[in-house]
Ligand binder design. Structure first.
Ligand SMILES: [Zn+2]
Ligand SMILES: [Zn+2]
Length: 209
């Protein structure tokens, strides 16, 4: 599997274009906005978009979902149904954070812990990691030992829990009991900032070590 990170929105969210090298089939993870830049990357890499994958429904991750799904004709997989209220409030999120107007959407597939998401020949395990939002999921590629963790974990930090239905203890539990057991060697792409490994965070992240 190959990938390219495309920082989008004023929040510099790490939207990720990932694709299977054998089939050139691709997915966009967390298209928060700046669709022109995402589609330009798709064209430059010569891949074929198959689906949209969402870690959670905050505006900087999901704001461009409705428009991208409609304009290209893509199914939406994720997040977990716990984030329905964030999708319902998409218009208010736009206003609150001064984003261009955007619409809500209905995922074609809500995801649950243990589900699998396929992109060409690459397979991702779904890990439900509530805390930052109740419906937050992480996508884990076992073959490549990498994960897309959204706003659950960052290099040196963890996700905010001061939003409605955020839960600090639940977030810590998600990281320690569901992500770290996947292994120290797993490299992860967070929703914001530089990539890291679970091993590095186990040792040096002051919030979870
Ligand atoms: Zn978030
Ligand atoms: Zn974010």
């Amino acid at each position: 599997m190959k990938y390219r990170i495309i920082p989008v929105t004023p929040f510099q969210q790490n939207c990720t274009l990932l694709w299977c090298e054998n089939t050139k089939k691709a997915a966009v993870v967390d298209p928060g906005g700046d669709l022109g830049r995402i589609l330009k990357a798709v064209e430059e890499e010569g891949v074929t978009l198959e689906k949209i994958m969402l870690t959670h429904a905050h505006i900087d991750h999901a704001g461009g979902t409705a428009e991208l799904a409609e304009s290209v004709g893509l199914p939406i997989e994720g997040p977990h149904q716990g984030d329905q209220f964030w999708i319902d409030g998409m218009a208010q999120q736009c206003a609150m954070f001064n984003f261009p107007p955007c619409e809500g959407f209905t995922p074609d597939r809500w995801l649950n812990d243990g589900d699998k998401v396929q992109v060409g020949d690459s397979s991702f395990d779904v890990v439900h990691c509530p805390g930052h939002t109740p419906g937050h999921v992480v996508f884990y590629n076992k073959d490549d030992q990498m994960a897309l963790v959204g706003d659950v974990l960052f290099h040196g930090s963890i996700g905010r829990t001061d939003f409605p239905q955020g839960d600090h203890q639940e977030l810590i539990s998600s990281i320690k009991n569901k992500l770290f057991p996947l292994g120290e060697a797993v490299e992860f792409i967070p929703g914001h900032g530089p990539s890291s490994t679970f091993g590095v965070e186990m040792q040096s992240n002051p919030f979870v070590r």
